[in-house]
Design a protein around this ligand. Structure first.
Ligand SMILES: *Cc1c(COP(=O)(O)O)cnc(C)c1O
Length: 227
């Protein structure tokens, strides 16, 4: 059995005591692994790839809250819009507009987090502070995007053994969260700060995370097959 249910119970209890939400990241893992944690009562699962998410959604219980945590392309929003619970990786106003459009078509409100680029690495997607200011100024979210609920921010720290560096990156995201949490959505302040993965979730929580995304500690290492 690949799922580490002992680790799950331990981490879940640890996070519950701190009021932090656990998103179990199940990318590349079979539906049966998800079902196993589901049977223990878990409902929040995170996936990175649209096709994989759509497939698993069709196989698994309907009360799962699906988190899309990968890089989302505008032309694929329509496939997950009917059921997705929270989209973590929104990195442009253009994408937000498309999500709003598809949410309207499905007559539902879709929860979103803006992804902020905090790592020093080039490869990570996300907005910077200027983009947040732009969104705030444009006022479009509150006035035009009625089918979006902007819930907070998401970020990924560098993959690094330098824990001070990782901590500082989380600090910078928390700083932005505090600075913009009222401005971005007046009347409905941002509530979710999604930061922290298997290797750094403890630091993320110390720095103010309210939601962590944990994969390998629960499901084991991922094997990427080249196809
Ligand atoms: C894969 C992934 C995770 C989980 O990573 P682990 O190191 O396995 O915990 C979390 N967040 C994002 C955005 C991911 O792509």
């Amino acid at each position: 059995m690949a799922v580490n249910t002992e680790a799950y119970k331990k981490i879940k209890a640890e996070l519950d005591s701190q009021g932090v939400t656990l998103v179990a990241v199940s990318k590349t893992k079979p539906a049966s692994d998800i079902q196993q944690l589901y049977n223990l009562g878990h409902r929040d699962f995170g996936e990175n790839y649209v096709q994989e998410l759509v497939e698993k959604e069709s196989l698994l219980p309907k009360d799962i809250r699906w988190h899309f945590i990968g890089h989302l392309q505008s032309n694929k929003v329509k496939y997950i819009a009917p059921f997705v619970h929270l989209i973590h990786g929104v990195d442009s106003l253009k994408l937000l507009k498309e999500i709003n459009k598809q949410a309207l078509k499905n007559n539902r409100v879709i929860n979103c987090l803006l992804q902020v680029h905090i790592a020093q690495e080039e490869t990570k997607f996300g907005m910077d502070e200027n983009d947040l200011v732009e969104i705030e100024k444009s006022n479009q979210i509150t006035t035009e995007m009625k089918y979006i609920k902007l819930q907070g921010l998401m970020g990924m720290a560098s993959f690094s053994d330098d824990m001070q560096k990782v901590r500082n990156e989380f600090k910078s995201l928390k700083h932005l969260f505090d600075k913009y949490y009222l401005l971005l959505t007046p009347g409905s302040p941002l509530a979710t700060l999604s930061m922290g993965m298997s290797s750094d979730y403890k630091i993320a929580i110390e720095e103010g995370s309210t939601m962590v995304r944990i994969g390998s500690l629960l499901f084991g290492e991922r094997n990427y097959t080249t196809s």
